[in-house]
Design a binder for this molecule. Sequence first.
Ligand code: NI
Length: 387
Amino acid sequence: MSVLPIIHESTDELTAIFKDLHAHPEIGFTEVRTAGIVADKLREYGVDEVHTGIGITGVVGIIKGNREGPRRIGLRADMDALPINEETNLAYASTNPGVMHACGHDSHTTMLLGAAKHLAQTRDFAGTAVVIFQPAEEGLGGARGMIKDGLFDRFPVDEIYGMHNWPSGDPGTFGICKGAAMAGASFFDITIQGKGSHAAMPQQSKDPLVIASALVASLQTILSRNVAPLDTCVLSVTQIHSGSAYNVVPDTATLAGTIRYFKDEVCTLAESRMRELCEGFALAYGVQINIDLRNIFDVLVNDADLSDAYMEAAADIVGKDKISSTDEPATGSEDFADMLKVIPGAYCKIGHSGTTGLHNPSFFLDPEILPVGASIMARIVERRLAA
Ligand code: NI
């Protein structure tokens, strides 16, 4: 078996949808046009129920199989774009300045539409398929927003599957990492309230820049001296803001950054050590230091058995030689993790011929993978609801 026939016949349509979405990218929670197209297409394909406005701009479609069955499979795609100015020169490049589908979520949306079309027109399964189009994956909490808005109470599923395009230069490869596959993430903001002065008379100041510099270095000791060597943890200070003149010691300095981890207890340890270091620095330097820590993504954990099931479904489409379960865990994060925290399932990467990295203004996604990804998503439903 290769690409499923109805999806194969729909290649031109899917490519047109993809290019249209690519030309009209929308930032998380403002995917009004995208969600409208998704809902219209689902209705056109004969999906039984289409629900909109879940988690602000999320869309859910329900497709009943032609055989009765109690089991329900969820498929999820993300719809949002990034605040990046596109530099691709594609004929269908973004027409929305400063916004770009640089992570390929336009392809994920299109592939799930393709899967929905196949499932709605063939219905060769026992039970229910639930197609979930999620807003705001890019650090804005779209998955949590949909869950909070009753996603799985209103549309319960027993298993859930998601997919991300991968610019590997190797089209049609299917990769999965069983267990903890992508890092959880916290973001932090630290404010050092010191005391300003003339830069030539620093003895009158409590210089927040000197304190900030020392704090950045000390925070790294959490990784080298607190987290166990065999546990993975990243702590990156990505912003320091302070000062506006050559001859003035500023009052305040702010720092911001992110923690990445694969075990919740490692995150708890890193966060509590950060708080202790901030308290200790405040005492040592006689200043006030406030820290705001926010958990943004859970650790993405792929269920081992369902990862195997996903690989078998993918093998039906791309062949056994293109399947791999030896992907390394990634320190990047993905908010499908928040769905996998409540529903068992699996998340895979699908390779394409593009080679420019995700989140790059020159990112290019090869539309040839659209029917492949769509077929794999449709196939996992047929396999899991075969009985
Ligand atoms: Ni993405």
